[in-house]
Design a protein around this ligand. Structure first.
Ligand SMILES: [Zn+2]
Length: 289
């Protein structure tokens, strides 16, 4: 694609539970994320060597193929490394306890997951050198507490992971996700002024990058506006969640789990709106002030 950097397109368009991966053809071969699908990765490793695997963060769709590289170096962000590669521990991080066994079943159904502990970790601004290729870690939390991007400064490529510039917009649905941090991480990505953005769920973006990030961030504002509009009348929180203001009518995943993610994302908007005095609690639920 550019210099030693190749995109490894994920199966099914790289949509969840798959992702697009990145291969760096230098320093013995580096693979960033392993959720492209096992056949895609087998095809890659038949053609090119992989010496090191890096994970952008611990979401399943980015790491479920790590087990295919069990005899190689697998490096994960140090922030949440205690749970990396361990499905039970990840389930405790990503969903409430009463949902964790359901969540694990769903993951085992839709991926080829096998537990695979990492061999090491990297820090929030670690710089790697693979052959002559420099790769700088850019810690970008909010989507997840360990979400990292990678910058290749010599090629002005930003591997933006799940700041993915898709029309769906930013995702902040886990207990540890943080809406305010995700806004700051988007600003940080723009400030790096990349010429190419390679994200995990969309084709590489090479034009109007600042505008693309602005459109992506604007989805956050649209969700907030939709919640505020709906609260023109008093509503219970169940009524709010029934509107599916974030996910819309399609159900991409187990309904119970999607409802939890919807709840988690909208709850953060609700907290902000109440803090700004735009929404208040009532006996039954909430209303716009
Ligand atoms: Zn993710």
């Amino acid at each position: 694609m550019a210099g030693p950097v190749w995109v490894v397109p994920g199966e099914g368009g790289g949509h969840f539970p798959r992702c697009h991966c990145v291969y760096i053809d230098d320093g013995g071969g580096v693979l960033i994320d392993t959720g492209a699908g096992d056949r895609v990765l087998a095809d890659l490793t038949r053609r090119r060597p992989v010496e090191v695997v890096l994970n952008t963060h611990t979401h399943i769709d980015h790491v479920f193929g790590n087990y295919l590289f069990g005899d190689r170096d697998i490096l994960v962000p140090e922030m949440m490394a205690h749970s990396a590669g361990d499905l039970v521990k990840l389930s405790r991080r990503f969903v409430p306890p009463e949902m964790s066994s359901l969540w694990r079943r769903v993951i085992l159904d839709c991926t080829t997951w096998r537990d695979q502990p990492p061999t090491g970790t990297f820090g929030p601004s670690q710089v790697f050198k693979f052959g002559t290729t420099r790769v700088e870690t850019v810690f970008a939390p909010g989507h997840l507490a360990d979400h990292c991007m990678f910058l290749l400064p010599d090629h002005q490529i930003l591997i933006s992971a799940d700041l993915d510039l898709t029309p769906f917009g930013p995702w902040y649905g886990n207990p540890e996700s943080d809406l305010d941090l995700i806004r700051r991480s988007i600003d940080q990505a723009v400030a790096l002024r990349p010429k190419i953005v390679v994200s995990s769920h969309r084709e590489p973006v090479t034009q109007d990058i600042a505008a693309e990030f602005a459109r992506f961030a604007a989805v956050i504002d649209r969700r907030e506006a939709a919640l505020l509009d709906y609260l023109e009348q008093e509503r219970t929180w169940d009524q709010v969640l029934d509107q599916r203001l974030v996910y819309g009518p399609a159900i991409p995943f187990t309904p119970q789990i999607v409802r939890f993610f919807e709840d988690r994302m909208l709850s953060q908007h609700l907290v902000e709106l109440r803090r700004r005095g735009l929404v208040r609690a009532t006996e039954r639920g909430f209303i716009r002030v």
